[in-house]
Design a protein around this ligand. Structure first.
Ligand code: UDP
Ligand code: MG
Length: 308
């Protein structure tokens, strides 16, 4: 029987875990062996206790609890590490708030059986989503495609997906510090299949993504797959060149005395460029620090399953 891990990132989700668990069980075909991996991403509420109570009832429940909030990207990474440790043939990543309907799991498994290695879910439309989020998301996908040259990242695609073991291994082989999960899945390739569904509202609780968190997520994604900092000095150099040509022409034809202003302007441009060079140096430093992407405080996944 094939072993499939269901990875569920949870951050302060006390209101939904139990109803999610009940709903999930309705959609797990008996022809597979399932492992339910809950990743508690440093919750401040009793998310971990609720998961531990579930474990008492259902031995298939595994958990990893982080020492603090590391973000959903790290939670998904930890879940995939665990899926590998537990020798899974495939893994499914799903949100706990019902915005990724568990009822789509049988369809994902059907495509998996047909040979697709990465089955991902995508919104048909963004109807029902908060307006500001739609605008920002659309802008992000456009900018991402331009700056990274990756046109395959589908508008509205979710983290909700099924991954065959080969894709999990490929994903884990990438050790980049800035991890934009959807971008990595696009980068690794493999046979993909898209499932479309309508937007669903959160079952209970609130979104865990502040505007700042979403913005950082977008920047980290673009940073992982492009050299976008280079755009800034390039623009600065372009502006400086245009102004210089303008000045030379003006000096030739008129008695031009606005040098002080021009000097300020150039000084400003140089400072901007310097700032971005420093940012880049910090990025290089960050890459060399090799800090772990998450730290585990508690888990019931035993060490006997060694990662190969
Ligand atoms: N999540 C997480 N860590 C975070 C933020 C979110 O593990 O720092 C989880 C959250 O519990 C949920 C999923 O990621 O299962 C999606 O988060 P949320 O529903 O808040 O995001 P939205 O759907 O509003 O984009
Ligand atoms: Mg949600």
């Amino acid at each position: 029987m094939k072993k499939v891990s269901i990875i569920v990132p949870c951050f302060n989700e006390k209101d939904v875990i139990n109803i999610f668990y009940d709903e999930l069980l309705k959609h797990l075909p008996s022809t597979y062996e399932f492992i339910l991996i809950f990743v508690d991403d440093g919750s401040k509420d009793n998310t971990l206790e609720i998961i531990q109570d579930l474990e008492k009832l259902d031995k298939r429940v595994k958990y990893i609890s982080f020492s603090r909030n590391f973000g959903k990207e790290s939670a998904m990474l930890a879940g995939l590490h665990a899926a590998k440790k537990l020798n899974s043939d495939a893994a499914i990543i799903i949100d706990v708030d019902f915005q990724d309907p568990p009822s789509l799991i049988p369809e994902m498994l059907k495509y998996y059986e047909e040979g697709y290695q990465h089955v991902y879910a995508k919104h048909k439309t963004r109807k029902g989503e908060p307006f500001l989020k739609t605008i920002c998301a659309k802008a992000f996908y456009k900018i991402y495609a331009i700056l990274t040259g990756d046109k395959n990242l589908a508008q509205g695609s979710r983290d909700f997906c099924l991954l065959e073991r080969k894709v999990i291994d490929a994903f884990l082989a990438i050790k980049d510090n800035y991890r934009f999960t959807k971008g990595i899945f696009s980068w690794v390739g493999f046979e993909k299949k898209c499932i479309e569904f309508d937007y669903v509202s959160r079952a209970a609780g609130k979104t865990k993504w502040s505007f700042k968190k979403l913005f950082d997520y977008a920047v980290a994604g673009i940073r992982q797959f492009s050299h976008f900092y280079m755009l800034i000095p390039s623009i600065a150099i372009f502006i400086a060149s245009v102004v210089t040509v303008f000045d030379i022409v003006k000096m030739i034809f008129t008695s031009y005395d606005k040098y002080v202003l021009r000097f300020d302007f150039f000084a400003l441009l140089i400072l901007i460029v310097l700032r971005f060079i420093m940012k880049l140096l910090y990025d290089i430093r960050d890459l060399n620090l090799k800090r772990p992407p998450y730290l585990t405080k508690a888990t019931n996944i035993e060490d006997e399953y060694e990662v190969k």
